[in-house]
Design a protein around this ligand. Sequence first.
Ligand SMILES: NC(=O)c1ccc[n+]([C@@H]2O[C@H](COP(=O)([O-])OP(=O)(O)OC[C@H]3O[C@@H](n4cnc5c(N)ncnc54)[C@H](O)[C@@H]3O)[C@@H](O)[C@H]2O)c1
Length: 368
Amino acid sequence: MSVNRRSFLLATPLAAHAATWQDTPKVPTAVIGTGGRGSYLLRGVLEQSNTKVAMLCDNKPDRLDKAATAAARDNPKTTTDWRKVIDDKSIEAVFIATPPHLHAEMAIAAIKAGKHVYCEKPIGIKASEIRQLLAAAKASKKVFVAGQQLRSMTMLQEAVGKIHDGIIGDIVMVKAQRHATADLPHDGSSGDWYFDVNKGGGYLVEQSVHNLDLINWVMNAHPEKACGWGAINFYKNQPPGRTIFDCGSMVFNYPKNVQMSFTQMVFHPRAMPLGNQYVHVFGTKGSVDLMGAPTMFPIGGGPAALLAEKRKESPHAHIEMFYRSIIENKPSPADATVGAAAALTAILGHEAMAKQQIVNWSDFGIAI
Ligand SMILES: NC(=O)c1ccc[n+]([C@@H]2O[C@H](COP(=O)([O-])OP(=O)(O)OC[C@H]3O[C@@H](n4cnc5c(N)ncnc54)[C@H](O)[C@@H]3O)[C@@H](O)[C@H]2O)c1
């Protein structure tokens, strides 16, 4: 594929874009990390009409073989060394689905090599590496997408848009949780890194980053400070050597003194009410739960109003958006700033719990 040909297609007028999307040369794509999430992303890449799986990378040969079989249609090259993907000039787009502590280094290398990057969430687990990644992405003319796929859900786009337009008035408080009925399987696909806080970042950073991103989105801001407590109370030393909290409670302080309280835990009995996840957004005119069918309940009563119909969303909408950004030059709703803000919000909460003190966003030295 010639870059000039793609540049030519990108320069075609808007009216020609539908044809461009269908007819554009296939984007040679690599996936680094073909475990649980990488295999899912690979299926999504294979479903796109304008991609070719050109290279696969995993340092576990059995996972690499499985992925190569899944992508046999495109006969991809395979490697256990991720730097070979970076050095391969024929690769234009890279998906990074390795454990979180590797994301920033790999993404920065891919950006600097001139590739479009889709980096799974969290885009980093330390503020210092996120600062470097953000700077690299901003300096690049290529697309960067963070794996914060809620941003591609049309129902949420509609509901959040109406909240931004003022349907619930001014947001005055948020109460949210991410509760699960159990840990991830201790011997599962990600069991060799997930329970190590230095590799996954902890439950808040690794999983709740989605919920926190949704809250940043609806708030149109990130928190200024956080306090909280976390503990390992249920799964003590399970699996052996565990360093991630299994529960925690935090308060995040957003601009205009809006408080967001957040709890997370992994032992909520399935049959007990108020399990699972919610994001309750309280406004001066009414309140909404953004994780369910987003219904507004007016202050003082009156009929509830659905802000957006529940609908069947494409499971690969975020991947399609990545390629539309590349091919049609469309802005990504989950760019590096969004990914960085989500990861840093989670790091803020995690550090507050770990240090048992108030942590300030300004300590990160990253203006977003
Ligand atoms: N967006 C989402 O909803 C979502 C869902 C699940 C997972 N994820 C994210 O995807 C990432 C991967 O999670 P997972 O559950 O697939 O984990 P996983 O352990 O199943 O997969 C990670 C893969 O990376 C490979 N790997 C590790 N080090 C490597 C290296 N140096 N070079 C090449 N390959 C290497 C491992 O062998 C493994 O196959 C995590 O960041 C996770 O948070 C995102």
